[in-house]
Design a protein around this ligand. Structure first.
Ligand code: GLU
Length: 285
């Protein structure tokens, strides 16, 4: 029998996608979440965000465990792997469909680009130009017909309908304080992709609730995403954790580290003879 974890007020998590080797920026995020749990005698969880079957690799997942252990981190098991919980995401999509805040989107990227170009200028959000809403206008009977043809479609959130249901929402960031929710900045986001029956926004929000996470710590590049997550919490009746969006590490060119910065992968640093203590210090710990 696995040991039942002790009750804790603070539950944090590190949630990497196993699409490459972890780098120094991931070390910062993982150490940050683990420290926040430890300081409050809380629990630290690990989650594999592996919904993207085309990009995730078992070897990268194995490397995540190895690299984190090498750094000196310990986490609770079992690790939640999103790919094993598609039923949970399907259930959440059913609830949203029942609220009539979802619609199928048949557009290809190319069609969306063309539509935006034809419109002249489209409003931009954190992820680029906003979806122009083409498929939102399709009448329900036509929608149903098209869905039956086997044409691939994504499911998008009808943002105007969703926010009309929830009204204004706030969330709390440890550094920024009370933040007024502005999900409008994303437009009608995709909640189920054509190639995966969920999306980052849906899976992360539902998982944080299901895992009882009370403090979501992650890089400040995801600050705006929290507007959407807060809206999903309200629609799906989920708990709202506190958030702590932290600084990001930059590479020599001053740009945010990414998986292409191979020299700063934890593997490369280890191969270059760095000790875990040195790497922790490089990450600011
Ligand atoms: N899986 C995301 C990433 O690797 C992190 C998600 C989150 O912390 O909310 O960037």
């Amino acid at each position: 029998m696995p040991k039942k974890p002790p009750p804790a007020d603070r539950i944090t998590r590190f949630a990497p996608s196993p699409t490459g080797y972890l780098h120094l920026g991931h070390a910062l995020a993982a150490l940050f979440a683990a420290r926040a749990a430890k300081q409050a005698a809380g629990r630290f969880l690990l989650r594999m965000e592996d919904i993207d079957a085309a990009r995730c690799r078992p070897a990268f997942e194995k490397a995540v465990y190895e690299d984190l252990r090498w750094l000196g981190l310990e986490w609770e098991t079992p690790v939640r792997r999103q790919s094993e919980h598609m039923d949970d995401y399907a259930g959440a999509l059913d609830k949203l469909a029942a609220l009539e805040v979802l619609y199928p989107c048949f557009c290809t990227r190319k069609e969306i680009r063309a539509e935006i170009a034809a419109a002249g200028n489209a409003p931009h959000g954190p992820d680029g130009p906003l979806y122009p809403g083409t498929c939102r206008e399709i009448e329900p009977p036509t929608r149903k017909e098209r869905m039956k043809t086997g044409l691939p479609y994504a499911l998008r959130l009808d943002l105007a309908k969703a926010t009309a249901l929830t009204g204004g929402l706030n969330w709390t960031d440890v550094e920024a304080g009370t933040v007024a929710g502005r999900p409008q900045v994303f437009g009608d986001v995709v909640l189920a992709r054509k190639d995966a029956p969920t999306s980052y926004h849906l899976a992360v929000t539902l998982d944080d609730h299901l895992q009882g996470v009370t403090l979501v710590s992650r890089g400040e590049d995801l600050f705006a995403a929290t507007h959407i997550h807060r809206l999903l919490q309200a629609l799906l009746d989920l708990d709202t954790p506190a958030y702590h969006h932290h600084r990001l590490l930059a590479n020599e060119a001053g740009r945010r580290l990414c998986k292409r910065d191979k020299a700063l992968s934890l593997r490369a640093l280890r191969a270059a003879g760095k000790t875990p203590e040195e790497v922790r210090r490089m990450a600011g710990f």
